[in-house]
Design a protein around this ligand. Sequence first.
Ligand code: SF4
Ligand code: SF4
Ligand code: FES
Length: 370
Amino acid sequence: MATAATATSGTEWGRTMQVALKIWRSNPDTGERELKRYEVDAPEWACLLDVLDIIKDRVDGTLAYRKSCRMMICGSCGMRMDGRAVLACKERMKPIVESGHVPVISPMGNLPVVKDLVVDMEPFWGKVRAMQPWVQPGYEEYPEKEFRFTQEQMNPIHKEALCIMCGCCVSECNSMESDPEFLGPAALAKGFRFVGDPRDQAKIERLESYNSEHGIWDCTRCYFCNERCPKGVDPRDAIAKLGAESVKEGIDRDMGAKHAKWFVRSAETTGWLRETELVPKTQGVVSAIKQTKFAISLARHGKVPPPFPPHVAAKVGEARALREIVQTQGRLGAAGHIQGEKALARIDHALHEDPEEAGASRIDPGKSRQ
Ligand code: SF4
Ligand code: SF4
Ligand code: FES
C-alpha cells in the first residue's frame, strides 16, 4: 500500500506528512532477517535520516543505523534505498511520499552486516590504509620554510579530495562483488588524491602497488561508483587517471594496461578499435593460438570482420589529429583525463544554463548575468 501523501498541520514541526518505509532488519547473531514496515508522521522537510530518527525515537528503539553530521559531510549514514546506495541525510522524503511509493531500506552492499543498517567498515578502512593515505614529501629533514603550491597545481586532485569516505561507491561495485579483495573505488580514488598531489614524492611506488593483483586493472568500468557517489568524486575517473599515469610511467605489465595501449594504437592507425587483433597484440602468439577455436566460432557467427583489406574509418584523420594534439600539448597520463573532465564540465554547465543566455554569453563573454 502506498503511504498517505496528504500534508497535515503538525504541532512541533509545522506541516507534516505520513511516511511509510520498509526496512530490512537483521541480527547476524541470531541469523534473523525480516522486512518490516513502519509508518510515522514526519515534517515535510524530513530526509530519510530524520524518518529513521523518528522511528527509533517513537516506534522501535532497537533499530540500528549510523549517523553523525546530518549534513552530507561525515559519511556515516550510507545505506541503500530501493537497492541503490544513498546518504540517508541527502534523500528528501517529500517527493517519494507524494509519489505514493514505499521505499525499501537496506544496508550497503559488499560489506558485512553487523545489525540492521549498520555494516562493518573494517574491510573498507583496510583498503584505504593500504593506499598509505598521507603525503610522502620525501625530504629527510624538515625544510626551514613551507613549500607553496598554486591552486592550479592542486586542481587535478580537487574532485578526489571531496571524498567523505561514505562507502556508497563500494556498496555498488560490481568488481568487488566478484572479488572482495579488489581495492575498490573509494580506496583507489584516495590513491589518486596522493598520486596527483604535487607535494608527494612516492608516486612510482604508489603506482607499482596499485598495479598489483586486485588493483586498478580489475575494475570492470561499470561506472556504478560514479553514478552513486553523493559528492561527485567520480571514483571510476580516478581509476582511469591512475591507469593513464601508470602507462605514462612505463608501468604497463598488466594485461589491462596492454589492452589500453593497443586501443590507443588501434584508434590512431585505423580510427576504430580492432578487437580481433587484441589477443595476438597484447597476449602474444601462443595465447592467440590457444584461442583459435574460440576465434573460429566468433568468425562463424559473423563476429569477426575480414582482416583484408583493413577497414579504415572515414574520418581517421580526426582521430590522428586528436592524438597529436594530446601529445604536443603534453597532456599525457592523468593530465589528458583532467582536460577531458574540464571540457565535459563546460558542456554540462552550458546545458544547464538558459540556452538563450548561454548563446549570448558565448557571443559576448563580457556580458554579465543578472
Ligand atoms: S567502475 Fe570499477 S570501481 Fe567503479 S563500481 Fe564499477 S567495477 Fe567498481
Ligand atoms: S568516492 Fe564518493 S561514494 Fe565513494 S566513499 Fe568517497 S564520497 Fe563516498
Ligand atoms: S549523517 Fe553525516 S553524511 Fe549523513
